[in-house]
Design a protein around this ligand. Structure first.
Ligand code: NAP
Ligand code: GDD
Length: 331
């Protein structure tokens, strides 16, 4: 039985990836940081078959211990400070976790067993102010946030350990991917949650920043399949993963509210608080290399993704409200 160690197991991708690896017959170890991590119980409930192991990307010794103890065949490094606005507020910590954390994990692999295959969660944010569209593996990077800069560092250190030490290390350059498990602050989930709350009469307004930003939004469940496929190839390489379609934040609002019979223009207000010091205006991924070599393709398209997220939030809120949901006047 193959063994995989996943950092960031409490995050959106960590849970989907663990489920996928378990379905492929893996023994899965999920790394959790901190004392009494509040998300530990959620992970234990969602994926009870996964084993939890302590560790922190800020702590080299804990990574060496985690690798020595679990002796994995594959390591998936999903742990990061992943929220772009937080990276502007805490740029140094972002560099430590999202950037240097990659080096610490690669060092742990090099020291304990350099045969371990390594996946690095690289990001389309590295393209930032890209001059060409769509972006592929050859597109130059121009990051626009401390998060993007830290991911560029993580990308190159992964490449360097491949070249310098022959480690089977891959970068998955993933475009935005979403799901009902997406963190509540990311724009898609913020919109789907608010639309459902407004529908149930729990809220009236939704404050957003830049409505014109364009993203290539796919479904997280599809994207974790690509991570696994990258580590099953004969040679390590880097791959762009995206749908090839991009939409504005405004489009997402329109689709989400319309699905509930609402007009987004009556509820969405713009607020400077949610604009960024420097913005990534538009991203769109060309994943023809992944389609050709990995045989990967997305299964969920934009309208279905929006529907999935809105329906899940509506069901979740109704469940939380219990009988109150039926008696409350909805819009
Ligand atoms: P997420 O939901 O924000 O999860 C981030 C994970 O990182 C959490 O499990 C968090 O654990 C963990 N983490 C934070 N600080 C850590 C530390 N010091 N040591 C170890 N773990 C730490 O992110 P996601 O959406 O699942 O994304 C997974 C990865 O893919 C991230 O690296 C992200 O940057 C990258 N990525 C995401 C997308 C996307 O659209 N989702 C696209 C491209 C790349 P706690 O629960 O302890 O905070
Ligand atoms: N979060 C948020 N909140 N974003 C908003 C809002 C708002 O109220 N209003 C407008 N936006 C715009 C942002 O300015 C950005 O252009 C876009 O919506 C998407 O924002 P996020 O959902 O926060 O995602 P992101 O694109 O910045 O970053 C995500 O995708 C990256 C891949 O490109 C994260 O998951 C990163 O970790 C990931 O690497």
């Amino acid at each position: 039985m193959k063994k995989a160690l996943v950092t960031g197991i409490t995050g959106q991708d960590g849970v989907y990836l663990a489920e996928h690896l378990l379905s492929q017959g893996y023994d899965v170890f999920g790394m959790i940081r901190g004392q009494n991590n509040p998300r530990r119980a959620t992970v234990e409930q969602a994926i009870p078959q996964a084993h939890i192991i302590d560790g922190d990307l800020l702590d080299q010794g804990s990574l060496i211990a985690a690798i020595s103890k679990t002796q994995p065949d594959e390591v998936y490094n999903l742990g990061a400070i992943s929220f772009v606005p937080l990276s502007f507020k805490q740029p140094e910590l972002t560099g430590e976790v999202t950037g240097l954390g990659v080096t610490r994990m690669l060092e742990a692999i090099r020291i304990v067993n350099s045969k371990i295959r390594f996946y690095q969660a690289s990001s389309s944010e590295m393209f930032g102010a890209a001059k060409t569209s769509p972006q592929n593996e050859a597109t130059p990077f121009h990051p626009r946030s401390p998060y993007g800069v830290a991911k560029v560092y993580g990308y190159y250190i992964t490449l360097n350990y491949r070249e310098a030490y022959g480690i089977f290390a891959c970068n998955g350059i993933l475009f935005n991917h979403e799901s009902p498990r997406r963190g509540l602050d990311f724009v898609t989930r913020k919109i789907s949650r608010a639309a459902a709350r407004i529908k149930l009469g729990l809220e009236k307004k939704l404050k957003l920043g830049n409505l014109e930003a364009r993203r290539d939004w796919g479904f997280a469940g599809d994207y974790v399949r690509a991570m696994h496929l990258m580590l099953q190839q004969p040679q390590p390489d880097d791959y762009v993963i995206g749908t090839g379609e991009s939409h504005t934040v405004r489009d997402f609002c329109n689709a989400a509210f319309r699905h509930l019979g609402l007009d987004w223009r009556e509820h969405v207000v713009q607020d400077q608080e949610f604009t960024r010091p420097s913005e990534v205006d538009t991203l769109c991924g060309d994943s023809s290399k992944a389609r050709r070599i990995l045989g990967w393709e997305p299964s969920v398209r934009f309208p279905d993704l929006v529907r999935m997220m809105v329906e899940a939030d509506l069901a979740d809120l109704k469940h939380e409200m219990g009988p109150r949901a039926a008696s409350r006047p909805s819009r």
